[in-house]
Design a protein around this ligand. Structure first.
Ligand SMILES: [Zn+2]
Ligand SMILES: [Zn+2]
Length: 471
């Protein structure tokens, strides 16, 4: 099994540079972090993602001279005459859609086992088993959002070093550089992305049934990337060189145009972009400081209000903790308790077996190493929930582990977990997305204590998960 939506520091190779509201110093924001503290003044800050895609800009780092040097090096390596005096330079910011999503892959394969070797080492028996692998992995990509322009790459590609993104504004635009207009709406880019992802599924042929590849929760932003376009008409021959204006790398050399050179579209899209906001990490109700931990959900220690940083905020009914709170060395792990619509109760009971006597599915609200581990934990906790007594949480306990899976992601996981449970019963024949209607959501904390390689629940001593599953 591959990794679950485990966030890694180098996930997308980008960070956003904005000013601290406390001291004006520069902050480095990575999209998966909501709460950060300023390195300069120590203020605890909270980042709020806008509801509509924001636009960012990458600054050019190289000069005209360096761009020309890069072109000449390429010409020299290919035994071509170096650039002359007739060069024309265009400085462009080319728009791309940057997408971060979760990729679900269901792959059906045949597992062959050989056993009972004879004296010549040949197997006496061979068994073939149908196996289905389910995985959830982070997926990040870029797609062109501007006009077709010869020599501009289809995407920004994987980068080894961090790229700093600045909010797209006139102030941050460098002299001489022109942003090309956006002609592709996010909706169209998203359709293209789905086609691309579907062709991924076609690459792996299913050994039986149907393989599935789906994209969940795509989050988009627009990113203007700087390119220097160098053109020459020396001796009547047309040559265009496109240089990455961050690294100085030559991206393409073409000698004939497929698309019109007129980069002004008939009707550039009138687009509005969202603004990322950075505020002090305080309770919106009483303005008291909130705990500085990285979490999606908080309870204000002063006025006890629930503060959700999820965008858009899900409707969280209540936050509780098990009546038996465990010892001082226990850790309180958060779980989402999702109340399912009556129509799906029968289906859930069939899937989760006779033990399941509730209208709720429990989804871990913290990240675990892989999908199978999360699936097993969700199933065990769902079965255990009716036997657990819960009491309301008044303030945040130090032993509480942060909430790193928001309600929207938990709902998505509930659908995939149900699908995964159905696969166990109907091998590989299920091709439909499992949409489950969730009618209510609560959060609860349950105490676990470490025992050798495991965390064991301190209420019943019945639910365990491997320690190394926690990121
Ligand atoms: Zn500061
Ligand atoms: Zn408060």
């Amino acid at each position: 099994m591959t990794q679950l939506t485990q966030t890694s520091k180098n996930l997308s190779g980008f960070y956003i540079g904005v000013g601290c509201p406390g001291c004006g110093g520069e902050l480095k924001l990575e999209s998966e972090y909501f709460v950060i503290s300023c390195d300069h003044c120590g203020s605890v800050l909270r980042v709020t993602q806008p509801e509509i895609p924001p636009a960012y800009l990458v600054s050019a780092k190289i000069s005209k001279r360096e761009a020309r040097f890069s072109v000449d090096r390429h010409l020299k390596e290919n035994g071509l005459p170096l650039t002359g005096s007739d060069l024309q330079f265009k400085y462009l910011y080319y728009p791309y859609w940057k997408v971060d999503a979760v990729l679900l892959k269901v792959r059906n394969r045949i597992e062959t086992r050989e056993y009972g070797l004879d004296e010549n080492g040949n197997p006496q028996h061979v068994s073939e088993m149908e196996k289905t692998d389910v995985s959830l992995t982070p997926y990040s990509t870029t797609l062109p959002a501007g006009v077709d322009f010869d020599g501009i790459p289809e995407g920004i590609g994987v980068r080894t070093s961090y790229l700093k993104l600045l909010p797209f504004s006139r102030d941050n635009t460098q002299d001489g550089f022109d942003p090309l207009p956006v002609v592709k709406q996010w909706k169209d880019a998203c359709d293209e992305l789905l086609r691309r992802v579907n062709s991924l599924a076609q690459l792996d042929e299913a050994a039986f049934g149907v393989n599935r590849t789906e994209l969940y929760r795509p989050v988009a932003s627009l990113l203007y990337f700087p390119c220097i376009v160098v053109e020459s008409y020396a001796g009547g021959d047309f040559n265009r060189f496109v240089v990455d204006a961050v690294t100085g790398r030559l991206l393409d050399h073409i000698d004939r145009l497929e698309y019109s050179d007129d980069v002004t579209p008939a009707e550039p899209l009138q687009m509005e972009f969202g603004q990322l906001s950075v505020d002090f990490h305080r309770c919106p109700n009483c303005a008291d400081d909130l705990p500085p931990e990285q979490s999606i959900l908080y309870v204000c220690n002063n006025c006890h209000q629930i503060v959700s940083l999820e965008q858009p905020a899900g409707n969280v009914g209540s936050i509780s903790v098990t009546a038996a709170e465990g010892g001082a060395s226990d850790q309180l792990f958060p779980f989402w308790s999702l109340q399912m619509a009556p129509e799906v109760h029968g289906r859930l009971q069939r899937l989760f077996g006779g033990l399941f006597r509730s209208d709720r599915l429990v989804i871990p609200a913290f990240r675990t190493g892989n999908f199978e581990a999360m699936f097993r934990l969700a199933r065990r906790m769902s079965n255990a929930l009716p036997k657990i007594e819960l009491t309301s949480v008044e303030s945040f306990d130090r032993r509480c582990r942060p909430v790193s899976i928001g309600l929207a992601e938990a709902r998505m996981l509930a659908g995939i977990i149900t699908y995964r449970a159905e696969l166990d019963r109907l091998t590989g024949t299920l091709a439909q997305k499992s949409d489950l209607e969730v009618v209510g959501a609560d959060l609860f904390y349950a105490p676990f204590h470490p025992e050798s390689y495991f965390y064991v629940d301190s209420v019943m001593g019945a639910v365990t998960f491997e320690k190394n599953l926690i990121g």
